[in-house]
Design a protein around this ligand. Structure first.
Ligand SMILES: [Zn+2]
Ligand SMILES: [Zn+2]
Length: 451
């Protein structure tokens, strides 16, 4: 009978034996970035890697997810290890796909390398024979919530409901048999050192906004037009004016972009489209800010006599890392990178759909280093492939061993000590309840109060 330490040592040795392969996979994906729900080539690579390990992957879940599992020698909890497949559009990134603009400027390629490496380590070392329950290896799509018009179009066609990967997978039932979930994100922030666990991440809602004016000859008859771009400008200025009403502790972030600014330059713009997130630390704070943002957007339509359509879509729920899982991860991470290289963070203003999962099951979303530059910036790159790709592989596999060892005692402890904040049904109902479509006519006459 092998001891837990023995099994862990064999996993680490197995991952080290596969180091070149795992680094190669991470680099291959880095050089072939794809956008969310379109990660076809990356998904195929994952499928082949899983099949090569003797697993039986299911593919095409929520369009592009790939899921495989390995059983322990006895019944027990099911732990999902996740890796995100997608890149995002960052102009100026040196490895951006010339056709789509996609780039791995958030290091998700390292998540996939880590996930595949963890599966390799656990299977090569025959660790599952010593574990209980199941390990689910799950490559998931579309964490970066962008490309919104295309996704909304997919939803119209009935190919998606939720516009992020984990939410859609949750809805489709692919997490129904999962008890706890974890993933490791890459970080480039020096203050995160080589591994960090935070307390929480912001959540968000997403808005698509359409200002509708009236086209007219921009030189000959601008007085006949209603300039949707100026309406949008005033809407954006109004959002900037309300920023001082956001409380620091709510960590609100509102960052609109113009996705369509007019048809051509000699025509008064009749249609202008915006997208924005409203992020915040709590659901209440997000919803409160959302009301103000809608009001600001209406102000633009009112000033010009334009119309504005505001669609509010469910985004991500705020993430809270499970403390018991964080403790187990920390022990393993410290073993790998040393106490001095481990950081304990607080709150991060970015958002992730791991927040959604963390509402329905214990979830963990720590970060490990190996990248440099700015996240979502043109200079983001993998600086230390060994740390970026092998670090998460090892930390995921070792944490899985702890959770599923001895009948899955620690996983059962986690489940006993942490009641999920929502059932799956409550989650779906809540997210669907956020969806809202408003049409405001800034040209409508206001009621007369008398003289
Ligand atoms: Zn990102
Ligand atoms: Zn990311």
């Amino acid at each position: 009978m092998r001891t837990k330490e023995h099994v862990k040592r064999e996993i680490l040795a197995a991952i080290d034996r596969r180091a070149d392969q795992i680094v190669g996979l991470g680099e291959r994906i880095r050089r072939a970035p794809e956008l969310g729900f379109k990660e076809v080539k990356t998904a195929r690579l994952v499928e082949e890697a899983f099949a090569g390990l003797g697993l039986a992957p299911k593919t095409g879940l929520a369009l592009t997810a790939v899921r495989a599992e390995a059983r322990g020698s006895a019944d027990g909890p099911t732990l999902a290890l996740l890796g995100e497949l997608d890149g995002l559009v960052v102009s100026g990134h040196s490895l951006a796909d010339p056709a789509t603009g996609a780039a791995h400027a958030c290091g998700h390629n390292a998540q996939i390398a880590g996930l595949l490496g963890a599966a390799m380590g656990l299977l090569d070392a025959k660790a599952m024979e010593a574990l209980s329950g199941r390990a689910v290896f799950f490559a998931v799509p579309a964490e970066e919530y962008g490309d919104v018009e295309w996704r909304a179009d997919q939803a119209q066609q009935g190919r998606l409901e939720f516009l992020s990967g984990k939410a859609e997978l949750l809805k489709l039932g692919h997490f129904d048999d999962v008890d706890l979930a974890m993933m490791i994100h890459t970080t480039a922030r020096p203050e995160d050192r080589k591994a960090v666990v935070d307390v929480s991440n912001n959540g968000c809602i997403v808005k698509t906004v359409r200002y509708i004016g009236r086209a007219a000859h921009a030189g000959g008859a601008p007085h006949d037009g209603i300039n949707a771009l100026y309406a949008a400008n005033i809407g954006l200025s109004a959002i900037n004016a309300i920023r001082e009403t956001f409380r620091d502790e709510d960590s609100i972030r509102v960052h609109p972009i113009i996705t369509h600014g007019g048809s051509q330059v000699n025509v008064i713009p009749a249609e202008v489209r915006l997208e924005t997130y409203v992020r915040g630390k709590t659901i209440e704070a997000i919803l409160e800010a959302s009301v103000k943002v809608d009001r600001a957007l209406r102000a633009g339509a009112l000033a010009l006599g334009a119309k504005v359509e505001i669609a509010t879509l469910p985004g991500y729920l705020p993430l809270r890392n499970n403390e018991a899982m964080a403790k187990i991860f920390k022990e393993n991470a410290v073993g790998l990178v040393g106490e001095a290289e481990f950081a304990s963070g607080d709150h991060r203003p970015g958002s992730t759909d791991m927040g959604d999962l963390s509402h329905v099951m214990p979830g963990l979303h720590p970060y490990m280093g190996g990248a440099r530059g700015g996240h979502h910036a043109a200079d983001f790159e993998i600086a230390d492939p060994v740390l970026a790709y092998l670090g998460p592989a090892k930390a995921l596999a070792l944490t899985a061993v702890d959770l599923l060892w001895d009948g899955g005692t620690l996983a059962r402890d986690v489940l006993r000590s942490s009641k999920p904040r929502m059932t799956k049904e409550e989650y779906l109902k809540f997210q669907r309840g956020l969806e809202r479509r408003e049409a405001f006519d800034g040209g409508a006459p206001s009621p007369v109060m008398g003289r």
